[in-house]
Design a protein around this ligand. Sequence first.
Ligand SMILES: [Zn+2]
Length: 395
Amino acid sequence: MRQYSKDMDYNEAVLLTQELVRIPSHKDVEDRESKVAEFIYAYCKEKGLEVEYQVVEGKRRNVIARLRGNGTGKTLMLSGHIDTVPPYDMVYDDPYSGDIVDGHLLGRGCNDMKGAVACMITAMVNIKNKGKVLGGDIILAAVAGEEEKSDGTALVVKSGITADGAIEGEPSNYGYSLGHRGLEWIEIKFIGKRAHGATPELGINAISKASKFIQKVETDLMPKLKERKNDYMGPDIMNFGYIHGGNAPSFVADTCILQFDRRYTPGQTVDDVVKDYQDIIDELKAEDPEFNAEIIRMEENLMYDFDHAPLIPEPDSMIAKTVYKVLSQFTGKEPELMQRGWTDAGLLSTYGKIPTVVTGPGHIKWSHAKDEKIPVADLVNYVEIYTKIAEEFCK
Ligand SMILES: [Zn+2]
């Protein structure tokens, strides 16, 4: 079953990544990531780690594994999601082969982010097998559901598991991120009045009202968003992603739905974000008595009572300093401080109050890609990087 060419130096993390990739774990699989959770649970148990499940929903579970320290040092959390996106139109005959071709391991989820999870587990097992007990605990949070609502990490935080620092292992190409924006999906429903296309003056056109709104956002709000800059993540941004209005060419459109994505920097709450758009609606209502619109929080945002909050940069935290030191020593150069999209680190940071850094094997360009892959060398190297981070942080 295991296949690898003999002319490269492979280690357990590569083999484990192959095993994990071969278990599909996306939203269209029955019980989604449950089979991969079972595999990780059994693997960690066999390797002598303390391991438990957290039930997310039905058979869907997080796996929490621990390597205990002697209680004198800091606790480190290693966090990675075990669900993936579906294969969609992947270019491989078998999207779950885990085959190794030209130094890369192939398959859905290898880069985002079963490879990182395999490196984390292997690092913990290696430290255990060295027989040296660290000062603090290492906790693996192998979580469900990141590609959907992040209900896995929401549960980790809600359950009260905590640490002095955390690593979120999303692909970083030997760089790291200290912060990223929060994410909110917003829907606006424009309400008009239906009439026949021959008598448009009898109706109120919801599509026209949506157009007014879009233009006002572009002229009045977007310049303000550019001002809300953060050194670690750039400015607030937004994107109109979906619009649907009316029924047919011969009717005045009585409704129009607009959905967009807003990414916000720390210091703002979701209420502040919503207010940006409510203010524009209120201004348009004041100018135009026929303008009517309401803001709807999209269901996808909601996980328990958590928002998709930002990863708050803590450059002076011990975990930030440790990651910087280990990456610079390992690579022999200044590691890239990256800006990136939303990750589970936002929840660990904002709600778990755990200083968190994102760094992991692979490259973001292969996440969700048709040709998802990960360099085998990254897997081998990140076992060492995570091992060094843990030994330094938990000593
Ligand atoms: Zn991911």
